[in-house]
Design a protein around this ligand. Structure first.
Ligand SMILES: Nc1nc2c(ncn2[C@@H]2O[C@H](COP(=O)(O)OP(=O)(O)OP(=O)(O)O)[C@@H](O)[C@H]2O)c(=O)[nH]1
Length: 133
């Protein structure tokens, strides 16, 4: 009885090891209207949304990947570009981030110049230099 219990518990740990999947949190930032929601929706749902509304706070999207046989979960944090929809939440966005994606609109130079403010926000929230961006 004891040995069969041991056997089933070790089977359990093997199956949990096999199904374990690493999750990577990617923060998506940039000016309002540059296409963050469209980009993340396209990546996760396989198509562009018909219409979007300004993001309030943050929207979460996930994409499962298989990289070299390992299951990876990409967790995209689509954040609001409008200051009034970010408010005091910002510091939470930067917690345990694995990578940051800066987005700008190629038809809008101001949104490219605006990236300096987003880089500065990263600095203010103590984003480490080792974090890919
Ligand atoms: N022409 C064109 N329009 C786009 C593209 N990507 C997004 N749009 C349009 O741009 C508008 C804003 O797109 P969103 O994805 O909502 O922008 P956002 O950066 O998430 O905006 P916030 O939520 O306010 O930060 C929408 O009307 C989209 O349809 C693109 O690649 N080409």
């Amino acid at each position: 009885m004891e040995s069969s219990l041991e056997f089933s518990s070790s089977l359990g740990s093997v199956s949990s090891l096999l199904s374990r999947c690493r999750t990577f949190k990617v923060l998506v930032i940039g000016d309002s209207g540059v296409g963050k929601t469209c980009l993340t929706h396209r990546l996760c749902a396989g198509e562009f949304p018909r219409r979007t509304e300004a993001t309030i706070g943050v929207d979460f999207r996930e994409r499962a990947l298989d990289i070299d046989g390992e299951k990876i979960k990409l967790q995209l944090w689509d954040t609001a570009g409008q200051e009034r929809f970010r408010k005091s939440m910002v510091q939470h966005y930067y917690r345990s981030v694995h990578a940051v994606l800066f987005v700008y609109d190629v038809t809008c130079p101001a949104s490219f110049n605006g990236l300096t403010a987003w880089v500065e926000e990263c600095r203010q929230n103590s984003l480490g230099h080792e974090i890919p961006r």
